[in-house]
Design a protein around this ligand. Structure first.
Ligand SMILES: CC(C)=CCC/C(C)=C/CC/C(C)=C/CC/C(C)=C/[C@@H]1[C@@H](COP(=O)(O)OP(=O)(O)O)[C@]1(C)CC/C=C(\C)CC/C=C(\C)CCC=C(C)C
Ligand SMILES: [Mn+2]
Length: 397
């Protein structure tokens, strides 16, 4: 019987291995996917194309990332066709332990990310648990380079984290948190690629503290945040009545991640500079007559205001692109995603309200505005997919 073994490191270091849940004859998604040769062929063709093309140095980051989006969309599109019935959830032999794993993920999400947690409470219980599991893995990955032990992290440690990810996707989770994600990826058509790419983003954070141009910054934003969008779409679900191409929905999810990360960078300029990190593109700083020293000095000048206005304008463009895709999501997912989008986007308004002083003032959205955003998000969420038929599905054959 294929099963998920929970490897629990006990006090004193010995490892207990407990069957968490056995899938009676069930194949894990990665094994099950082999049953769908079309998916493997589509993915192989796109991988071959993307690796051939990706070798050409001329590819921009947007083109490189779009290759990933095409592959993700192809995988999900084929799974949607194959998934004739609701995903069976049987075969789990220890629901209590699994539900405790999900509950622990929910506690971490509530503790570390109140805004996202608020969004997940607007979801169906099944989707909420899956997003909690994804959130915890993302947070743990970010904490490797952003958390209290960041100074000890090495590329080798990231290699081990990547191996642990492979094990998780193959149904061998290391701990309770991994077990929740192992169940989530066996239940939803979530692919491992965005998770691997997020780890690549952490490698980038280890070796890079400056970004020469927006092409470099875009790739970083894809790695650490656009990936979250790609991870989330299979769980959020695309509305059955949507006429949009899968690629366009994935592009919107990618755009939301990019928009969030750009906003995060603009919010944390002072905090990041104090850690010796400047994510803002060097060429754009120079064009605005600004230097790293201006950022370390932390003075709000007219040059800085003018530079920040352009940066905020670009971040808003990515939010606008993301908004095109939210209405294509499953009805049950639109409210939390609208809420999360509107709340994060308002950080840009807060930076403007602070007269662009993101050196010493942390822009945030107050409780009143958060509360007002919920009914506004609900009103947006009622609007469903565009009914006009769009470009036919990308010909993956
Ligand atoms: C309801 C909802 C949107 C849920 C998504 C929750 C989720 C899985 C979030 C993961 C966030 C995370 C911890 C990622 C690790 C790397 C990281 C820290 C990314 C930055 C997030 C901000 O974290 P925080 O505010 O805590 O910042 P600090 O670490 O304190 O500096 C990021 C800015 C990226 C977050 C990216 C997203 C939430 C993208 C979400 C996109 C979707 C859900 C796609 C929706 C689909 C369409 C079609 C639009
Ligand atoms: Mn962080």
């Amino acid at each position: 019987m294929a099963g998920v073994l929970l490897r629990v490191v006990c006090p004193g270091g010995n490892v207990a291995v407990a069957p968490l849940f056995g899938f009676r004859g069930r194949k894990f998604r990665s094994q099950r996917r082999a049953k769908v040769p079309v998916v493997a062929a589509a993915a192989a063709r796109i991988t071959a194309l993307s690796s051939a093309v990706a070798n050409s140095a001329a590819m921009t980051s947007v083109e490189k990332v779009y290759e990933v989006v095409l592959k993700q969309a192809a995988l999900v599109r084929e799974e949607r066709k194959e998934r004739k019935k609701a995903v069976e959830t049987g075969g789990v032999s220890n629901w209590d332990l699994l539900n405790e794993s999900y509950d622990r993920c929910g506690e971490v999400c509530a503790e570390y990310a109140k805004t996202f947690y608020l969004g997940t409470l607007l979801m169906t219980p099944e989707r909420r648990k899956a997003v909690w599991a994804i959130y915890v893995w993302c947070r743990r990955t970010d904490e490797l380079v952003d958390g209290p032990n960041a100074s000890h992290i090495t590329p080798k440690a990231l290699d081990r984290w990547g191996q642990r990810l492979n094990d998780l996707f193959e149904g061998r989770p290391y701990d309770m948190y991994d077990a929740a994600l192992a169940h989530t990826v066996s239940k939803y058509p979530v692919d491992i690629q965005p998770f691997k790419d997020m780890i690549e983003g952490m490698r980038m954070d280890l070796r890079k503290s400056r970004y020469q141009n927006f092409d470099e910054l875009y790739l970083y934003c894809y790695y650490v945040a656009g990936t979250v969008g790609l991870m989330s779409v299979p769980v959020m679900g695309i509305a059955p009545e949507s006429k949009s191409t899968t690629e366009s929905v994935y592009n919107a999810a990618l755009a939301l991640g990019i928009a969030n990360q750009l906003t995060n960078i603009l919010r944390d300029v002072g905090e990041d500079a104090r850690r010796g990190r400047i994510y803002l593109p060097q060429d754009e700083l120079a064009q605005a007559g600004l230097s790293d020293e201006d950022i370390f000095r932390g003075q709000v000048t007219d040059k800085w205001r003018s530079f920040m206005k352009e940066q905020i304008k670009r971040a808003r463009k990515f939010f606008d692109e993301a908004e095109q895709g939210v209405k294509e999501l499953n009805a049950a997912s639109r409210w939390p995603v609208w809420a999360s989008l509107l709340l994060y986007k308002q950080i840009l308004d807060a930076i403007e309200a602070n007269d662009y002083n993101n050196f010493t003032k942390r822009a945030y959205v107050g409780k009143a505005k958060k509360l007002v955003s919920l009914p506004i998000a609900y009103g947006r969420a009622i609007m469903g997919p565009t009914t006009s038929s769009k470009v036919t599905e990308f010909a993956s054959s």
